[in-house]
Ligand binder design. Structure first.
Ligand code: 5GP
Ligand code: ZN
Length: 140
């Protein structure tokens, strides 16, 4: 049995106490239309269990989402006629997360609609990369 939070809006959508426009459902995953779409077909994909951010999700729930994301994306693209799209997944307020239940956005790019992005790229220095890699690999 997965954990749920009775105060969480997405857990209540999973439970069926708040309605949604359901796109897809299996034992682990629910996909539904975003109520405030950035473009036609904007779809949210969530684990049925409640975790606030992606790094907390169980391997099983993460795998279940990964398994269906390409198929859901194909459905969104084929239904809308969009050819380009973004996958967005926000974690934490500063990273633009509003609903504290892990969710992936499938956002078609249709004309001017879809995701807008600022991408202030830095430069990766070799020495910094080495220290960073060591630190990260020790955590895996
Ligand atoms: P975040 O900024 O947390 O990544 O995105 C949350 C998303 O959830 C927003 O795009 C917002 O429109 C959507 N959303 C919030 N509440 C509801 C709801 O009750 N129903 C649906 N379908 N989408 C919601
Ligand atoms: Zn929840």
């Amino acid at each position: 049995m997965v954990q749920t939070d009775p105060n969480c809006i997405f857990c209540r959508i999973v439970a069926g106490t708040i309605p949604c426009h359901k796109v897809y459902e299996d034992d682990h995953v629910l996909a539904f239309l975003d109520i405030g779409p950035l473009s036609r077909g904007h779809t949210l994909v969530i684990p049925k269990g409640h975790w606030a951010t992606l790094e907390q999700v169980s391997d099983e729930a993460g795998a279940a989402i990964g398994r269906v994301l390409p198929r859901l994306a194909r459905a969104v693209l084929n239904a809308t006629g969009a050819k380009e799209w973004n996958l967005l997944q926000n974690n934490g307020r500063a990273a633009h997360q509003v609903v504290d239940h892990v969710h992936f956005h499938i956002i078609p790019k249709i004309g001017d609609t879809g995701l807008g992005l600022d991408w202030p790229a830095g430069k990766l220095a070799g020495e910094n990369a080495k220290a960073l890699l060591n630190a990260m690999r020790q955590q895996l």
